[in-house]
Design a protein around this ligand. Structure first.
Ligand code: DX5
Ligand code: ZN
Length: 214
């Protein structure tokens, strides 16, 4: 299982220390949530924070854009240090073009699906995408309650992947804890994002190991 702790829940007054903790941990990726205040009703952070994190880690930076029509910014995300760039199906008018742009810049391309979006929308794009992110909360905030139907959605997506002979990874984001990690794994998830559950636990690196071995 790939574990991608979400920095949104870290102590921003000590971001370097938090990243160093992740460097020493079994985290595979670092999840970075960029929110624009338009696509989601919240604003998080942008390029300067991403660049700062990049300077302190060689872990894979898994960047989740909650940004309306992000096309003009794709190259800038590559320059700032993103390795994987995931955009929302609901926020991209020209999604095929956006995914192509991401790959042309040398990044892996992901599509995120809100809880209400049918899984089948990715069918025309299965060969253009390296990762599909199933949102298990409505995006915009950390610390929300896991929506149990996400487990069925992961299962449906894993079946679609098999049927189409596709090879994208399945990632789940929102309210992930030890209470649902195992079920998500059995359903077909390859990567789990966890914010509050990791950073608000007494021993974040032990929590990461526990999730990794779920
Ligand atoms: C929510 C973000 C998540 C968030 C997860 O919009 O995409 O990545 O940080 O946080 P938790 O794990 O606390 O739900
Ligand atoms: Zn996220």
């Amino acid at each position: 299982m790939i574990i991608s702790p979400s920095l949104l829940a870290c102590d921003f007054g000590n971001i370097q220390k938090e990243v160093e903790m992740l460097n020493q941990s079994e985290a595979d990726w670092i999840h970075i949530d960029v929110m624009d205040g338009v696509f989601v009703p919240n604003i998080s952070f942008g390029f300067p924070v991403l660049e700062a994190v990049r300077k302190h880690t060689s872990k894979v930076l898994d960047v989740h854009l909650m940004v309306q029509d992000c096309s003009p910014y794709i190259e800038a995300f590559k320059k700032a240090g993103a390795d994987w760039l995931t955009v929302h199906y609901e926020a991209c008018t020209h999604l095929h073009r956006t995914l192509t742009q991401i790959r042309d810049c040398g990044m892996k391309a992901g599509i995120a699906l809100n809880p209400h979006t049918p899984i089948s929308v990715i069918l025309p794009l299965v060969s253009e995408v390296d990762l599909v992110l199933i949102m298990s909360v409505n995006p915009g905030f950390g610390g929300q309650k896991f929506i149990p139907n996400a487990i069925n959605r992961v299962q449906e997506l894993a079946q679609l992947r098999e049927k189409t002979n596709a090879s994208f990874l399945i990632e789940v984001d929102g309210g992930v804890t030890m209470d649902n990690a195992q079920a998500l794994k059995s359903a077909g998830a390859d990567a789990l994002v966890a914010g509050s559950f990791v950073f608000h636990s007494p021993q974040p690196s032990t929590t990461i190991t526990a999730l990794k071995n779920c």
